[in-house]
Design a protein around this ligand. Structure first.
Ligand SMILES: Nc1nc2c(ncn2[C@@H]2O[C@H](COP(=O)(O)OP(=O)(O)OP(=O)(O)O)[C@@H](O)[C@H]2O)c(=O)[nH]1
Length: 595
């Protein structure tokens, strides 16, 4: 068993300094390049332990880190898109992550997104609080450790920094993490270290590197064990067309050995792709690159961890995030890959939303998040939103509006699908921050529920009470016409009326006030009312109170769902109506055992 270097990714909000940090980490060893200070991979940079020892020897001694880990392997492309692409079955490819936060700006949408992704993959991480040089009064000490530089700051500046660090501690706490400034952490397995740094001047970088190494040694060595002679396992970072080489795949190999001429298996959106390696390429050292047009050099074999470019036939449809396996014991590797593809794309429900994403990894992340929210998924695929997606969603919409929805992460709508989309009424939730898309979707569902409830409430017959005004009976019957005043609630045309004994009186045919026909009138209004079926003097008298006859089902809905929506006078009328109803049926309005 050999131990490989831990793979480290940098995540964080846009402009918080991911690239600057990576540049510094790589640049800090550039002088040493020829002496083996740094190993350039495709898509990654490795800093060997000797170089690390040179840069931060003191710290490493203090943290009692041994030389068992060969170095640190930094993925060159920062950001969570790269992070989710670089997946392997059941987790992230990165063993460790650096979450970078601008100390002056604090948490931003993509910071939360990164945390969600790290939580999902259970990836251990260190928080770096970047741009400390922007704290008012900070005196820059190029390349110094954080502690050294901190000691030399004025007390107000030190206090200011600590306040900002505590803001981050608070935010991390809200996300369910215990954290502390790294020098105050007493248990690295339960607390997250926050390292204040300046990616421009390099302050704090030595501590960052030492901490990464310390964490890897303490908690990851088992996961870093590799089988040097086993068929390689890797992940596709990017599929790229290269002049003179055709379509190539850039991949990170995290276990085993890969050789020129090996048979490998990869994935396109739906199938296994098998091919034979034509060549394995590594970057040409910078010095040599200057003298030639070539960027790569051919190698016969590489052992994990490594970043390589592979040329081979049939790579055109391979997707980024695809697993890569060297096939030796073909059946096993193939079956494993197929199962993996199934895990991500086929584990869907009969009904639900349509999900599109740009890579296998991001698709997996979106699907995972939606499932956690108990949102059913009908289909999950890689690629832009197509005409077919819109048609499928539109069919689903006819059955359930909430399923006529497409969630699109980091992909575009195909121009041919745009028209259909706007005509179909299918809802599209698109963006590049997963949790914002899901939040928007949830807000929309909530809004729809509220609107539905409102519509429902409007169709429900609500309690109301009216009085037959004295000396204002204009006609005895067919229909009876009389002056009334509404005493509680709202009375509408078509409502049935009952008297104080619960007997049916008649149905409101029409209402009129000063020559104007009204369909609904409220408390305090006086109108002339025509009542079908009723005979004045027999079914009611002047001065009688009449009540709206509420169907029992409506009463129950009011009681259960909308009681808080009734006015005080409606509330009292409802009580009166209940009492009247129970004269004839003592169980009226009571809920049955199974209701
Ligand atoms: N003052 C100061 N500026 C910094 C520091 N780190 C980064 N910056 C600046 O912040 C800006 C953004 O930095 P980047 O490294 O490009 O940020 P990023 O997170 O990689 O941004 P994207 O790649 O666009 O997501 C640049 O102008 C950097 O020069 C720092 O420590 N101090």
């Amino acid at each position: 068993m050999k131990i490989r270097s831990p793979i480290v990714s940098v995540l964080g909000h846009v402009d918080h300094g991911k690239t600057t940090l990576l540049d510094y980490v790589r640049g800090s060893t550039v002088a040493d390049r020829e002496a083996g200070g740094i190993t350039q991979h495709i898509g990654a940079t490795e800093i060997p332990i000797d170089t690390i020892n040179k840069i931060c020897g003191n710290f490493i001694a203090r943290l009692s880190i041994k030389d068992t880990i060969p170095g640190l392997f930094f993925i060159d492309t920062p950001g969570h898109a790269a992070f989710t692409s670089l997946r392997k079955r059941g987790g992230a490819l990165a063993d460790l992550a650096i979450l970078i936060v601008d100390i002056n700006e604090g948490f931003k949408p993509q910071t939360y997104e990164a945390i969600n992704i790290l939580k999902m993959y259970k990836t251990p991480f260190i928080v770096v609080a970047n741009k400390i040089d922007r704290i008012f009064g900070w005196e820059v000490h190029e390349g110094a450790s954080f502690m050294e530089s901190f000691k030399q700051q004025a007390p107000v500046v030190q206090t200011e920094l600590d306040l900002k660090v505590y803001d981050l501690v608070g935010k991390l706490h809200e996300e369910g993490f215990q954290s502390e400034r790294f020098d105050r952490v007493n248990d690295f397995s339960s607390q997250i270290s926050i390292i204040p740094i300046c990616a421009k001047s390099g302050e704090g970088i030595v501590e960052l590197i030492a901490m990464l190494l310390g964490l890897a040694q303490e908690y990851l060595t088992e996961q870093l064990e590799i089988h040097e002679d086993a068929p390689a396992k890797g992940t596709v970072l990017e599929v790229k067309e290269e002049t003179g080489l055709g379509v190539t795949v850039d991949s990170i190999i995290y276990d085993g050995v890969i050789r020129d001429g090996d048979e490998i298996a990869l994935m396109d959106t739906n199938n296994l792709v098998k091919t034979k390696i034509r060549s394995i390429l590594r970057p040409l050292p910078l010095e040599e690159m200057r003298d030639s047009k070539k960027k790569f050099k051919k190698v016969d074999e590489v052992v994990a961890a490594a970043g390589i470019k592979i040329t081979a036939p049939n790579l055109d449809d391979v997707v980024s995030g695809s697993p890569l396996r060297v096939l030796s014991d073909e059946e096993d590797a193939e079956a494993e890959l197929l199962k993996e593809l199934e895990d991500i794309t086929v584990d869907t429900d009969d009904e639900g939303l349509f999900v599109k994403a740009d890579t296998l990894g991001s698709l997996e992340a979106v699907v995972h998040l939606l499932k956690e929210m108990d949102i059913p998924i009908r289909s999950a695929e890689i690629g832009d939103v197509s005409k077919r997606d819109v048609i499928d969603a539109s069919i689903a919409k006819d059955e359930n509006i909430e399923h006529g929805v497409i969630i699109a992460f980091n992909v575009k709508v195909h121009p041919k699908a745009e028209n259909d989309l706007s005509n179909s009424g299918v809802k599209l939730f698109a963006g590049d921050v997963i949790y914002q898309i899901t939040e928007d979707y949830e807000a929309w569902v909530q809004e729809r529920k509220e609107a539905q409830k409102k519509q429902w409430l409007e169709s429900i017959i609500k309690p109301a009470k009216l009085m037959i005004l004295p000396k204002l009976i204009f006609r005895q019957s067919k229909p009876a016409i009389c002056g009334i005043e509404v005493e509680a609630g709202t009375v509408k045309q078509g409502y049935s009326l009952m008297n104080a004994n619960g007997d049916y009186v008649g149905t409101i045919a029409s209402m009129e006030d000063k020559g104007e026909t009204l369909t609904a009138i409220s408390r305090g209004q006086r109108v002339a009312m025509a009542i079908n079926d009723a005979i004045a003097g027999k079914d009611f008298e002047e001065g009688d109170s009449l009540f709206v006859d509420i169907p029992e089902k409506h009463y129950k809905i009011l009681e259960r769902e909308f009681k808080d929506k009734l006015n005080e006078d409606e509330f009292t009328a409802l009580d009166e109506i209940l009492e009247i109803k129970r004269i004839k049926d003592k169980d009226w309005g009571k809920f049955g055992l199974f209701e």
